[in-house]
Write a protein that binds this ligand. Structure first.
Ligand SMILES: *Cc1c(COP(=O)(O)O)cnc(C)c1O
Length: 714
């Protein structure tokens, strides 16, 4: 008879698959084992379980009456993993034994696995979770960053300080990836200066395996051991070395594990060298010419571009390319110029650097931007690659980004949806009809639920503000103000995103007199929560952050305009579940999509945004608020001034009056109507299930069939 697993073993299995992180009931089990430690260990069940000997854990489980729930969660995990009747089984059958290999430089899955910096990573993480829920045959490849991305503190002058800490591998939900013979995978990539080696870790994301390459192995020179220690750290040489590990090493790791991908999906250009290695394998296997192998490989490769500014794309000089890709080029029979031309818009232009995005366009027969507007911008930006085509015919389509519902939806809101939406709504989030019954939720219940989430956010924010004030050694009087910061009855506007200059975090702070008036109003006050990191090398972003921070320390803003340090998935979740309004005011059209605003919708918060990225195709006049009218100006300063005025006008003339217009029961009926309208009109479109389904039906299935498309580049 098979031995029944102990409670300890079952919990370990649950902790070993990130599936738990989008199941509120399972998350609650870990929390209830020890609520205080749970928050201290950054919601990392692997660490939590290590702290308890099995007997103690058994006892705690029975004291807290968790046995039944643990058994139930364990059974559900196994049902989930073995389900055969999925959307993918009927719509992505062609992928069968030859899965999609999804490459990304970062993955934002959970705060306890810090291998992401922001939107690109969170998008990739959400992609995997939806692919898992939908049952799409897909494996993912990334890098393991031993020090992750930095933790942010802001010093007393408002300047961002970065600290890095070494991840302890035994505390992460990872194990060594194995070859079919059971040996740990080790891959290497040659450069002119010797080989770089990488081991491979496996993370379970529901049904999806994520493989992370890590150069911290004794086979490497010291310099190379540190190669993958930091995400977006180091110089351009570090960058290309990381990218050959990701792309070339990633394809080799798949081969070593016996995985034959049917489709390669490059999420952003960082991984484009993967296409070259695929070509090398085709030539080696079938003795094709380079051109034949390129044609066949490219028909199975899919590229998603994310960056609407030319300067945002990785570019490498000829020397770096020769040093790092030369050996692979030799194997492909490509001399240096031919190799360089693969990364150039004008193949013969000796002065042009090697661009990873160009390489991706040349190696992929399917390419897409991440929103409708970004599609327009990308077609214009890359038109020179297809000089014989008109702009509309440039073969870059778009699939608008979406967010993973289970990850971002508050448990309290899910309870409402479980009651009013159709059975199994969670498996049908991409269908408009599914969301219509939200109209039947009583306004009072919706408002109370939202208020409860907002109160939770505010007490969480106060806790963090106190810690921040203490770390800066502020006087007790200021710590007391932090402890009473923000008011749950006041209209709360959230602004959290990378402090990149184009996101214009200070736009609403341009007119401080007016801001003071809005914040200090005795009848219709408003308060702001800011958060966000600036890239360590981005001095402009840091001074923007400093400006915002300094305002939060001044009267009359102190306690009413606050800055929360160290924006990550955890803080993000609290914010998108608890604010009233999510503010987004990028310099159009530089926000390719943006996803944070999508996270707030199902939680009953309203977007107030420039008509850029996803919002340009989402706003319908009554499902949120629009800043400006979608115009841009060639003069950036004029555009900024115009938008600063628009954002202030919208907040003052539309958002505030609507929020404070209350009925006899103190309910803002018109506001609540807008909340419901947002859920109904946006919920089904801007979620990651819909996004992944679009990738399957528009790109993956055709690519897996090796169908060529009319995209050949000059
Ligand atoms: C969703 C998310 C982002 C992306 O937000 P944008 O809207 O693209 O700015 C960045 N960081 C974190 C932690 C997130 O959760």
């Amino acid at each position: 008879m098979a031995h029944e697993k102990t409670i300890h073993e079952k919990l370990q299995e649950l902790a070993g698959n990130l599936w738990w992180s989008w199941q509120p009931e399972v998350t609650n089990i870990f929390r209830e084992i020890d609520p205080v430690r749970w928050s201290e260990v950054v919601h990392n069940p692997v660490v939590l379980l290590k702290e308890y000997p099995p007997e103690v854990l058994e006892k705690r489980a029975s004291d807290a009456v968790l046995h039944t729930r643990i058994n139930w969660a364990y059974r559900r995990l196994h049902e989930y993993l073995s389900a055969v009747d999925t959307w993918g089984s009927t719509h992505a059958g062609v992928l069968g034994q030859r899965p999609v290999a999804y490459f990304s430089a970062e993955f934002g899955l959970h705060e306890s696995l810090p291998i992401y910096s922001g939107g690109l990573g969170v998008l990739a993480g959400d992609h995997l979770k939806s692919a898992s829920d939908l049952g799409i045959p897909l494996v993912a490849i990334g890098l393991f960053y031993g020090q992750g991305y930095f933790q942010q503190h802001v010093d007393a002058t408002g300047w961002q300080q970065e600290t890095y800490s070494n991840q302890e591998i035994e505390k992460l939900p990872m194990e060594r990836a194995l070859t079919p013979q059971g040996h740990p995978v080790l891959v290497s990539v040659e450069t002119r200066g010797g080989s770089i080696h990488a081991r491979v870790w496996k993370v379970n994301v529901g049904r999806i395996p994520l493989y992370l390459l890590d150069t911290n192995v004794p086979e490497n020179r010291d310099e190379d051991r540190l190669l993958t220690s930091r995400l977006y750290g180091g110089d351009v040489r570090t960058r290309i070395r990381q990218e050959i590990i990701l792309g070339i090493g990633g394809v080799r790791a798949l081969a070593a594990m016996g995985i034959q991908p049917g489709v390669i999906h490059m999420n952003e250009g960082h991984s484009a060298f993967a296409g070259l290695e695929m070509i090398r394998q085709r030539i080696a296997e079938d003795a094709l010419s380079f051109d034949e192998a390129l044609r066949e490989t490219a028909s199975t490769c899919v590229f998603t571009t994310h960056t609407p500014v030319p300067a945002g794309h990785d570019r490498f000089g000829a020397d770096l390319i020769d040093e790092h890709v030369g050996p692979l080029g030799d194997g492909l029979g490509l001399h240096h110029d031919a190799l360089m031309s693969l990364g150039r818009v004008e193949p013969q232009n000796q002065g042009e650097a090697f661009c990873m995005t160009v390489l991706a366009f040349k190696l992929c027969r399917r390419a897409n931007a991440v929103s409708s507007l970004h599609g327009v911008v990308s077609r214009r930006m890359w038109a020179n690659l297809w000089p014989w085509r008109s702009e509309e015919e440039i073969p870059i389509g778009h699939i608008t980004n979406g967010i993973h519902v289970g990850t971002w939806l508050a448990a309290q809101m899910r309870i409402i949806y479980d009651r009013v939406l159709p059975l199994n709504w969670y498996l049908r989030t991409g269908e408009p009809e599914v969301w219509a019954p939200v109209e039947s939720v009583s306004p009072g219940e919706l408002w109370e639920t939202h208020q409860a989430l907002k109160s939770r956010l505010i007490s969480y924010a106060r806790g963090r503000l106190i810690k921040q004030a203490r770390r800066r050694d502020e006087p007790e009087e200021l710590v007391r103000i932090a402890a009473n910061a923000l008011d749950p009855r006041v209209l709360t506007i959230g602004f959290a995103r990378r402090f990149a200059p184009y996101k214009r975090a200070d736009l609403i702070l341009k007119d401080l007199d007016m801001l003071a008036e809005m914040v200090g109003s005795s009848t219709h006050p408003v308060q702001f929560i800011f958060a966000g990191k600036s890239h360590p090398a981005d001095e402009l972003g840091k001074s923007l952050l400093q400006r915002v921070f300094r305002i939060t320390q001044e009267e009359p803003f102190r306690g009413r305009v606050v800055f929360l340090e160290d924006y990550d998935i955890n803080l993000g979740r609290h914010l998108v579940q608890g604010v009233d309004v999510w503010l987004n005011n990028p310099r159009r059209p530089l926000e390719a999509s943006g996803t944070s605003g999508q996270k707030v919708v199902l939680n009953g918060c309203l977007n107030c945004s420039i008509l850029d990225g996803w919002w340009a195709e989402a706003y319908d006049g009554s499902n949120g608020f629009a800043i400006g009218n979608g115009r841009t100006h060639v003069n950036q300063q004029v555009q900024d001034e115009r938008d600063a005025k628009s954002v202030a006008d919208v907040v003052r003339n539309e958002v505030i009056p609507l929020y404070y217009s209350r009925d006899r029961d103190d309910l803002p009926q018109d506001w609540i109507r807008r909340m419901k309208r947002a859920v109904r009109t946006l919920g089904w479109r801007f979620n990651a299930d819909r996004m992944v389904m679009d990738y399957v039906s528009q790109n993956y299935v055709a690519a897996a069939g090796g169908l060529s498309s009319d995209m050949t580049v000059r």
